[in-house]
Write a protein that binds this ligand. Structure first.
Ligand SMILES: Cc1ncc(COP(=O)(O)O)c(C=O)c1O
Length: 342
């Protein structure tokens, strides 16, 4: 791939800026497995402040954050509830079964969101034939639904349900900053309704590596041990934590630009005869649309014209906007789409 490509495959493809690299190069480091890397400590403290949670653990990836949360909130032979098209169900390779020995009950949501009533009707009664339901996982923003924002009122209702039934609630907030910037709801407010939250520095925030898992002290103490078991103990991790700190300090507000570019792109391509798009789903930086043409072929042709998108084999195409896609490049991508009309 050449650097002139407009890469809309994901917001994970961003490269660290010169300033971010400098912050990383000169970061103070220690040995985080010994717990004395000051930059990791600073990042974890910052994330406690941001989420209002008493404890935070720097982890290698969003997957690791989610899987640690599942491991710490459940016991083997229990069941978790997660949305059918969520990252945990779709892309974490049966991690809950493999790592935690739990079964997943996937519920089909609307725009990625499970209704509280649907959750309640799937909580297992206490009967010796059944696994115990112990955890509900929600995703905000919801990747496969098109970066949709879980409405705060619905999160509150889900939270009421989980508290009432003595279940834990985990939020996969890989893109929680996109949700926060677009909705005006603080990350702290979102986090206040869940027992644990994971978010990523390596997506819209533009850092190369790392995610954070936040929760209460007991939960994070447990997660710390399992992180070690899973090989997630990192030594001079301050180098990458510095990239994450830089991202938090500089790249949150600018997510609005990505949302604006995504909206503009969606509005323009929605006018094309072969594009079917639900504009209501375009709420943040992800645009997912159906096409009446062969989606795999469109992807291939776009690539030949310098625009990279993803297609999962269905009739859907996904385009994601991020800090390495300017408004000029957004216009260029729109122009390329228009040439496909013929
Ligand atoms: C919603 C969501 N959760 C979790 C992850 C996993 O993050 P990672 O790739 O850092 O493991 C992703 C990655 O795309 C995601 O979109």
């Amino acid at each position: 791939m050449t650097m002139s490509m407009i890469d809309l495959r994901s917001d994970t493809v961003t490269r660290p800026s010169t300033e971010m690299r400098e912050a990383m190069a000169y970061a103070e480091v220690g040995d985080d497995v010994w717990g004395d890397d000051t930059t990791v400590i600073k990042l974890q403290d910052k994330c406690k402040e941001l989420t209002g949670k008493p404890a935070a653990l720097f982890v290698t990836s969003g997957c690791m954050g989610n899987q640690l949360a599942i491991k710490c909130h459940t016991n083997p032979a229990e069941e978790i509830i997660a949305e059918w098209d969520s990252h945990i169900v779709k892309y974490e390779i049966a991690g809950p079964a493999f790592i935690s020995g739990v079964q997943t009950m996937p519920l089909k949501g609307v725009m990625g969101f499970m209704s509280p009533a649907e959750i309640v009707s799937n909580i297992r009664p206490d009967w010796y034939h059944y696994p115990k339901t112990s955890l509900v996982c929600i995703e905000n923003t919801h990747n496969r639904a098109g970066g949709t924002i879980y409405p705060l009122e619905d999160i509150k209702k889900v939270s009421d349900v989980t508290r009432e039934h003595n279940l834990k609630l985990h939020l996969d907030g890989a893109r929680i900053f996109n949700a926060s910037v677009a909705s005006g709801v603080s990350v702290k407010e979102y986090a206040s309704h869940v027992d644990s939250i994971t978010f990523c520095f390596s997506k819209g925030l533009g850092a190369p590596i790392g995610s954070m898992l936040c929760g209460d002290e007991e939960f994070i103490t447990k997660a710390h041990k399992f992180r070690k078991i899973l090989g997630g103990g990192m030594r001079q991790a301050g180098i990458i934590a510095a990239g994450a700190l830089y991202a938090i300090e500089n790249n949150i507000e600018r997510l609005k630009d990505d949302h604006k570019n995504a909206r503009r792109f969606a509005e323009e391509i929605s006018k094309l005869p072969y594009v079917v798009i639900d504009m209501a789903s375009v709420q943040t930086n992800i645009v997912i649309f159906n096409t009446t043409k062969d989606a795999a072929k469109i992807k291939e042709v776009l690539e030949g014209k310098g625009v990279l998108v993803t297609n999962d084999g269905s009739d859907k195409i996904r385009a994601v906007f991020h800090l390495d896609v300017s408004s000029e490049q957004t216009e260029q991508a729109i122009d390329v789409f228009k040439t496909l009309r013929a």
